[in-house]
Design a protein around this ligand. Structure first.
Ligand SMILES: [Zn+2]
Length: 300
């Protein structure tokens, strides 16, 4: 079956570009190339729209916990859509500019759209539309957890619905439910142990430690990812998350020791991005991930 975006590209192509070909002679290879350029342009545009949506959700959800008109993150006054989405992207009341993240997310959005459109491996299992929805969900979790150390309940509830849908389509009901239960259970165990460990350290040091290693949002998120990935993929994804978090915290620790800025024995690091990374690899790049794992260990 032709993909909807191909049909759309084809209609535009027939309507607007046909006359241009006539100028150059109607050579088929030019037609194919133009079609590729046009479909990639549309894919990039869809990615940009996804980036705008991720920015909006990441701005509004941590402050309001529900969907409202866009607001200024400095003074809280509402913004016009034109100002917020396009230009000048500056608050008319307090002159506050939107953060650099806004631009980074939009750039990543365009690249993500192009990548999803061109990667057969990424599209193979989820398809374009569901793949894009999952990518948007992942991006919102990563941005909010990175900026606020928070995984919000509204995103977790949305995640359960999305995770059930994706999981049942890919793996059937039983493996989906087992995956969700195992993800939630394993992370709940770690959350519990983390709490015990912090109390123990506080007693040994004779002082109160406020930092929380794992938040309950991480437990909810791992349950959602477990639904999405199913059993036993959720375990491999968790392994990848722990591995990547270990590598990054090792690098951070090393750089802090070198720069002598080493203070806390564990800085509060957001774990959401690493959990998402593991799930992303298993869901969108299964072949690449398998090769990667085989190069690490012969067990895989
Ligand atoms: Zn303002």
């Amino acid at each position: 079956m032709p993909r909807p975006i191909d049909l759309f590209a084809c209609i535009i192509h027939r309507t607007f570009l046909y006359h241009i070909y006539n100028l150059f002679g109607n050579q088929p290879y030019i037609m194919i190339e133009t079609n590729v350029i046009l479909s990639n342009f549309i894919a990039g545009l869809v990615g940009l729209l996804a980036g705008l949506l991720v920015n909006y959700l990441s701005d509004i959800l941590p402050v309001r916990r529900r969907l409202t008109a866009p607001i200024c993150l400095n003074c809280g006054k509402s913004q016009t859509l034109r100002n917020y989405l396009f230009w000048p992207r500056r608050c008319p009341h307090c002159n506050f500019r939107r953060s650099a993240r806004t631009w980074v997310v939009e750039m990543v959005g365009v690249l993500g759209g192009l990548w999803l459109w061109n990667s057969t491996e990424a599209q193979q299992r989820l398809g374009l539309v569901v793949g894009m929805v999952v990518l948007i969900y992942f991006a919102v979790i990563v941005v909010i957890d990175y900026e606020h150390r928070l995984i919000l309940h509204p995103t977790s509830i949305f995640g359960v619905v999305l995770g059930l849908g994706v999981g049942i389509t890919l793996n059937g009901l039983t493996l989906t439910l087992i995956g969700g239960a195992v993800g939630y259970g394993v992370m709940y165990g770690l959350y519990f142990l983390g709490g015990v460990f912090i109390k123990l350290m506080a007693r040994l040091r004779g002082q109160k430690i406020d930092e929380v290693a794992l938040g309950f949002g991480d437990v909810n998120l791992t349950g959602v990812l477990g639904l999405m990935l199913g059993w036993p993929n959720v375990i491999i994804a968790l392994f990848l998350s722990v591995l990547s978090a270990g590598v990054v915290s090792g690098i951070l620790l090393f750089s802090r020791v070198l720069s002598r800025k080493y203070r806390s024995f564990m800085d509060a690091m957001p774990y959401g991005p690493f959990l998402i990374l593991g799930a992303f690899l298993m869901l969108f790049l299964p072949l690449f991930t398998q090769t990667l794992l085989q190069s690490i260990s012969p067990f895989f």
